[in-house]
Write a protein that binds this ligand. Sequence first.
Ligand code: ARG
Length: 247
Amino acid sequence: MRRFLVILVVAALVVVSFAGIIDEIKKRGYIIMGTEATFPPFEFVDKQSKQVVGFDVDIAKMIAKKLGVQLVIKDIAFDGLIPALMTNKIDMIVAAMTITPEREKMVSFSIPYFTAGQVIVVRKSDSFRPKKYEDLKGHRVGVQQGTTADIDLSKIKGIEIVRYTRFTDAFLDLAIGRTDAVVLDAAPAQAYVKFNPKLMISSPVLSEEKYGIAVRKEDKELLDFINKTLKEMNSKTCYDFLVSLWF
Ligand code: ARG
């Protein structure tokens, strides 16, 4: 009897662990995207509707639509995204996340869907015009915790890094002079500068990075589905439409 029960439990576990992620998502009727929504035009909170919108959200909606399910968005700290994915709180990360070898040790990335790079943002009223990371030595520089900017600047000695959870706070502090610069991806930098005429971009684009959608390593099935969707979007020039819509 006891042995029979053990076999039953093991069999049940096997069935559960082999029921694919796509079946699971279809059964529950929604897919959960994790993101950090102070990153326009990729993901930000729309003032009127209070909803998270943007380029990444539209891509995620396309994936949800093709699966025949709803899209649920969780807006959490950027450095909490990979932990949330690995503990099953979200199904995928769509957060303008750069594909890096370190992150690839923990998660699987889709084919790249966007090329980006870091820039330095400063106050116009200041005379400080950094052109490269080395110029930031001896200064207070805001970054979003856990981003590629944080990782790259942390390697350079003599920069006083101030780490933020939300870019909105990083830019408030820059505007009032609590920091001397903020380093982030070019497109969101342009969006923030556009809405804050006191700020400007002082450097050229300083890195080349590619964004990917991240899933758990075991969810190969979902990864294939996402890649298929991204490829289809490209061939349908759906992607160009989204770019023209958000940029
Ligand atoms: N591309 C950078 C990185 O991967 C920054 C991404 C920040 N994204 C966000 N949604 N806040 O580290």
